[in-house]
Design a protein around this ligand. Sequence first.
Ligand code: CAA
Length: 387
Amino acid sequence: MFDFITEEHEMIRQTARDFATTAIAPIAAEYDESGEFPLETVRQMGSLGFMGIEIPEQYGGVGMDTIAYVLALEEISRADASHGTIMSVNNSLVCHALLKYGTEEQKQKYLVPVASGAKIGAYSLTEPMSGSDAGTMRSRAVLSDDGAHYVINGRKSWVTSAPVADIILLFTMTDPQKQHRGISAFIIETDRPGFARGKKEPKLGIRASATSEITFDDFRCPVENRLGEEGEGFKVAMAVLDAGRIGIASQALGIAEAALEASVSYAKEREAFGQKIGEFQMIQQKLADMKTRIDASRLLIYRAALAKMQAASTGERYTMEASIAKLFASETAMWVATQAVQIHGGMGYSKELPVERYFRDAKITEIYEGTSEIQRMVIARHLTGLR
Ligand code: CAA
């Protein structure tokens, strides 16, 4: 139906579906319960090329495009949204940033291991007192007198994969007077002194994806680890989030698909008042609306993915397409998962079925990488040109 989806795309979708079904789905509930990081399956995703899908082979990836990425991410997230988060952050926030803004040396040293899955990457923008207002951060990087390194101090929070990350893309203030234009980006090697990880966040959903605070205490970051120019960090962070938001939209789509699939099966099996519950119009309406919103999400994701691919040659931004896809797909995931719990009744509330996990996992997609309120703000600003 979509002529931009090639045989190669279908192959990666199938590979992702097979892997998700055989290796991830069987362990998803257990890892959700324990909150343990699924290192083995994440390493396997690396071997399959899923940790650097859009990265050229010379830099450790598999050299495919954004359509391949969204198809694979949807399949992985359909089995388990935690794996989806880990994959999305590694691909769109870390690899994409290193590819777009890194020097050749940085690409060889950091992109190759992260894109191949040998090392795990994280992205750190948020702070305890700076979330949606990302330009107001308090952490600092000060250039040493000899100009050889930056001394970094401060605390960052809600860093996905921080408890296991080998490399973290850090955004911090180098010139507070300049506000957002005083933010710079750095590649942090987490085995250096002065870096510490806080306790793992106990979370409502995506519990197998590890999240924590990180702290910098006179951390010495070599000047060659600055990503982009000094003061360019906020733009790097925002541009990379455009890509990230397409990833989160795909993750949301995967969750919604899983919730719908479970609901259709249940509606065909479960009987009440002497008939299948799927024969009741109220259930039919829910299923029809779930499917319609899911299909609309998919189209918006494809549009955003195509806009991103086009941007590679035109240099144009695809901010609005990414925000619309993320907004719609994440709200769809939450709504669909809510309907799925309702259709399942008591069983939807039980940990015996994965439906309650879909419900818990869906919520984060409306929050991270820009809340729904922030996406609406971005879209409205594009429409009006007002701030
Ligand atoms: N691409 C490139 N540049 C961009 C951009 C984009 N998408 N968006 C903004 N910019 C540029 C602007 O052009 C502007 O440039 P100038 O300095 O030349 O004027 C500059 O950045 C500042 O832009 P704004 O004035 O619009 O900035 P703002 O302070 O009003 O903030 C915002 C805009 C959209 C609210 C932004 O702060 C934002 O997106 N906030 C949400 C933050 C967020 O998503 N956090 C998620 C954390 S990461 C996470 O969740 C990852 C994880 O672990 C899963």
